[in-house]
Each structure stands twice: as structure tokens, then as C-alpha cells.
Write a protein that binds this ligand. Structure first.
Ligand code: ASP
Length: 328
């Protein structure tokens, strides 16, 4: 007999997993987000007869992800999680911004049930599509007793929302968790745990924080510190309305001297600045002094190991009022 909470809701948002190409041999020249979620699920025999519900939330290439889709997704995920009959949610997504959506949902909802993002590196029409197995694995994790929080399931690995990032533009095994490593492998429907499952259910900021209009969310941009960097970029972003800037800093949080005075100017005008390293693995390690390059008296808060794209979400959420106004 099914337990009372055995249904997995699959929310489709598009991506390569729903993509089609003219030829089964073509793994790159395809169009993302073409096949509806019900058809995708129906095409996987291993999922037949399972207690699943499929719902199309969006149909986009995730390179084009918007805050409006994030808002709708967070609301829909929260709605389904509140149903006693639902054990977990699977979200099919594009690989390109999957890590951002994962962190956004984790910080807003910090769900006590599993919310599993999955994707594919090859389109559904590929002779060797990876989407079906990823979907099977994701549903399996969404059914796991004890699983919770937002995770990503790809190529047989379970990654935490905090650590997951796309590390390769083409290979099937494209996702990594950096220093932390994956949470678990998933092998023929069984989880082999590698480290303790994160337990930050208390950290969810709550849906009310988002308000009802994503267009009202604070503007936060990313500035990358690189050879030949120009402070004019910072000035231009501030003039265009940025309320926060994440600096994708070099190494252990260092910033090109050409950006520093512009960043100081920005801060003096009330723009919040946050540091993240552009290194793909590892956090900025705080020393006894502010990281070199910031000036002796300056301390911009470094993120706790968040990549620049996730730090942008963090700063945007920080800059939101405690509760955004509801729509009139
Ligand atoms: N551009 C695609 C997307 O992110 C790539 C993918 O799905 O893998 O939707």
C-alpha cells in the first residue's frame, strides 16, 4: 500500500531535457524547451504506474531564466509541498542556470521535503539522451524518506543547492560540488551517502519575502575583477539603478585597483557590495586582516563559499524588505 505521502509532483520548466534536434545524432544543434512535461514523463517506461503528477510551469531555455519565473516556481513548489500527499517535488530545468534556481529555492523555502532539480546535457531526441535516467534518479530521490531541502540530481550524483555548479559545457557528467563533493551517489534506485545531508530547514526566508511582483526586486549585478578592469563599469551599473553589487574577485577576495575607488564611491552612495571569489572551488578564507586589495579599513562581507551567481541571489534577498508589499 502507498504511504499517505507518496506522490511526487514534477514541474517542467524547459531546458535541454525537453529539447529537440532534427537528427538523433545531433547533441548540440537543438532547440531547448520543446516537449511538454507530460510527454517527457510518459516517454520513460520506468516511471509508468508511479504516483506522479506532471505540471508545466514554464517552457524556456534556462539561459533566459527570469525573476518572474522564479517567483511563480517558488509559489508553486510551496503549494505542492504543503499537500500531505506529496513526498517531494522534481523540477526539470535547463543546466545553464540550474544552480541559481536551486540556491534561490533553498534560501526562500528551505523545504523539509526534497525538492530535486534535474536536467540533461543532451536533447530528448538524442540517440543517447541522458534525460530519462536523470528523471528516474530525481524521482527516486524525491521519494526518499529523510531527504529534504533543494538538491540537484544529475549523472548519478546528488549535489546540494549550496555547492552545485555546472563545470563543463558539454560532457554528460557536467556538474560538480567543489571542495564539498556530492552528497550521495544514486545507483539503481539506491542512495549511497557520501556526507551528511544538509539540515538548514530553519534558514528559509519564506515566500512573503518575495512579494507578488518580481519586477520590484532589488537590482543586484555582478562585476568581475580581471586584468584591465575599469571602474567605469561600476559607475555605469550604479547609474542604471543597481542597489547591490557582487564583485567576482580574484583569488582569495582580491580586487583590481582600478575597481576599488569606483566601489568605494558606490558604497558611499548606499550601494551594498559583497565579495565572492571567481575561483571555481573553495571559499574566501578570512584572515586577521581584510583581504589584500580592499584597503586596510574596508571590509566587504565575503560570502560563505557561494559562487558569484549565488552571491547575487543572496544579496538580492538581503536587500528585499522583510516582507515585500503584496500586489494591489
Ligand atoms: N541552454 C540550455 C538550458 O539551460 C542548456 C541545458 O538545458 O542544458 O536550458
Amino acid at each position: 500500500m502507498q504511504s499517505t505521502s507518496s506522490t511526487v509532483v514534477i514541474l517542467g520548466t524547459g531546458g535541454t531535457i525537453a529539447g529537440t534536434a532534427a537528427s538523433a545524432a545531433d547533441n548540440t544543434g537543438y532547440t531547448a524547451a520543446q516537449i511538454g512535461i507530460k510527454a517527457l514523463v510518459d516517454a520513460v517506461p520506468a516511471l509508468a504506474g508511479m504516483p506522479l503528477e506532471a505540471e508545466q510551469l514554464a517552457q524556456i531555455d534556462s539561459k533566459d531564466m527570469t525573476h518572474a519565473v522564479w517567483l511563480a516556481l517558488a509559489q508553486r513548489v510551496a503549494y505542492h509541498l504543503a499537500r500531505a500527499s506529496v513526498s517531494g517535488i522534481v523540477i526539470t530545468h535547463g543546466t545553464d542556470t540550474l544552480e541559481e534556481t536551486a540556491w534561490f529555492l533553498q534560501r526562500v523555502l528551505a523545504p523539509a521535503k526534497p525538492v530535486v532539480l534535474t536536467a540533461a546535457m543532451r536533447p530528448a531526441t538524442s540517440a543517447q539522451a541522458d534525460g530519462p535516467q536523470n528523471l528516474i534518479d530525481a524521482v527516486c530521490v524525491a521519494h526518499q524518506p529523510g531527504a529534504r531541502g533543494v538538491v540537484a540530481v544529475l549523472a548519478g550524483a546528488v549535489h546540494s543547492a549550496h555547492d552545485v555548479h555546472k563545470a563543463h559545457p558539454y560532457r554528460l557528467d557536467a556538474f560538480r560540488s567543489g571542495d564539498a563533493g556530492p552528497l550521495a551517489w544514486i545507483e539503481e534506485g539506491a542512495l549511497r551517502a557520501l556526507r551528511p545531508w544538509p539540515d538548514d530547514v530553519a534558514l528559509g526566508l519564506g515566500l512573503a519575502k518575495l512579494g507578488a511582483d518580481a519586477a520590484a526586486w532589488p537590482v543586484v549585478e555582478i562585476v568581475i575583477s580581471h586584468a584591465g578592469a575599469r571602474g567605469a563599469v561600476v559607475d555605469a551599473l550604479c547609474a542604471a539603478g543597481a542597489g547591490g553589487l557582487v564583485v567576482a574577485a580574484t583569488g582569495n577576495g582580491t580586487v583590481h585597483e582600478s575597481l576599488l575607488s569606483a566601489l568605494h564611491r558606490a558604497r558611499d552612495r548606499g550601494v551594498q557590495v559583497m565579495l565572492a571569489t571567481r575561483c571555481v572551488e573553495g571559499p574566501i578564507v578570512a584572515g586577521r586582516r581584510a583581504p589584500a586589495g580592499l584597503g586596510n579599513h574596508e571590509r566587504w562581507p565575503p560570502t560563505t563559499g557561494l559562487s558569484p551567481v549565488k552571491a547575487r541571489i543572496e544579496l538580492m534577498l538581503t536587500l528585499m524588505p522583510t516582507s515585500m508589499p503584496p500586489q494591489p
